[in-house]
Design a protein around this ligand. Structure first.
Ligand code: HEC
Length: 269
């Protein structure tokens, strides 16, 4: 990822952050010189918004225990806008999901239903507690689960660094993956867990982001020994002390990991 001047990185707020009294001296990730794109897979339409224009929709300060738990932080604060309110400004057509293309090679995806059900917010500014060294990817726009909402604990609701919101249809997007479950119904749980936690960085069959590289290039899932090695390498990299805060271990247990390996085995056929 290329940073766009200082605003793409982490700013030390010395004083006078309007409306954020109490957060002086804390680090804040900002992105005020960036523009964000809204686009429509179906019509090819594209619309641009600056951070100020997004906040003009009505921003507020908030906290998120969900975020703090996943990051092992405490007392993080945000300026954010309602994701739902943003979407309501635009015609979604027949789309039922929003693809989240990020400044790094991460590609998130959230259904419009989940955006409403979990009252998801989009952080436009991030204020971390003093002394916290954020990973480079922790920049707005960032998906936030507000406090008091019982969203399942998954990587899906942790997308950061978003540059483009793209209206898509779930069925079209996931089609190359869903096909496997039609042939092998027992892979349904593995597919679900892979979609909820992994596809954002490990694309398969042309679906997803590329931040983590191809798992098919590294593992031959038809071999039992490779499936075991896959689990070991996962635990060796995606643990809670991962230097880049890519702690995926917290979202999948050993059973889930086995289900994911089983799904990938069938997908590779
Ligand atoms: C935020 C992005 C991200 C997510 C989400 C993610 N990974 Fe990774 N993963 C990475 C990166 C980056 C590496 C290191 C790649 C490297 O060193 O070449 C990695 C490495 C791995 C490795 C070790 C093998 C290797 O490529 O070095 C395995 C296995 C793995 N991931 C599996 C998973 C599984 C399974 C999930 C979902 C439960 C998942 N990952 C989710 C980014 C991600």
């Amino acid at each position: 990822m290329k940073l766009h001047g200082i605003a793409g990185g982490i700013l030390l707020i010395a004083s006078g952050l309007a409306g954020c009294a109490g957060f002086n001296g804390e680090s804040a990730a900002s992105a005020s010189d960036k523009t964000y794109t809204l686009s429509w897979a179906e019509s090819g339409r594209v619309s641009k918004r600056s951070l100020d224009e997004l906040e003009a929709l009505g921003s507020r300060q908030m906290s998120s225990h969900y975020f703090d738990r996943a990051m092992q932080y405490s007392n993080s604060r945000f300026r954010s806008i309602s994701f739902d309110a943003l979407l309501k400004q635009f015609p979604s057509g027949s789309a039922d999901a929003v693809l989240l293309n990020c400044f790094d090679d991460y590609q998130g995806l959230i259904s419009i239903e989940d955006i409403g059900r979990y009252r998801l917010e989009l952080a436009t500014k991030i204020y971390l507690a003093p002394g916290v060294e954020p990973p480079h990817w922790l920049n707005p726009l960032l998906i936030l689960v507000p406090d008091g909402v019982d969203a399942p604990f998954q990587e899906r609701f942790m997308t950061a660094n978003i540059r483009e919101l793209r209206f898509v249809k779930l069925e079209h997007y996931y089609a190359p993956l869903n096909r496997v479950v039609e042939d092998y119904p027992a892979t349904a749980q593995g597919l679900k867990k892979f979609k909820d936690n992994c596809v954002y960085c490990h694309s398969v069959k042309g679906v997803g982001g590329n931040k983590g590289g191809s798992l098919f290039q590294k593992f031959d899932f038809s071999k039992g020994a490779d499936r075991e090695n896959f689990k070991e390498q996962f635990l060796g990299f995606h643990h809670k002390d991962n230097a880049d805060k890519q702690n995926l271990e917290q979202f999948v247990d050993d059973l889930g990991l086995g289900e994911i390996a089983g799904f990938l085995q069938k997908l590779a056929l």
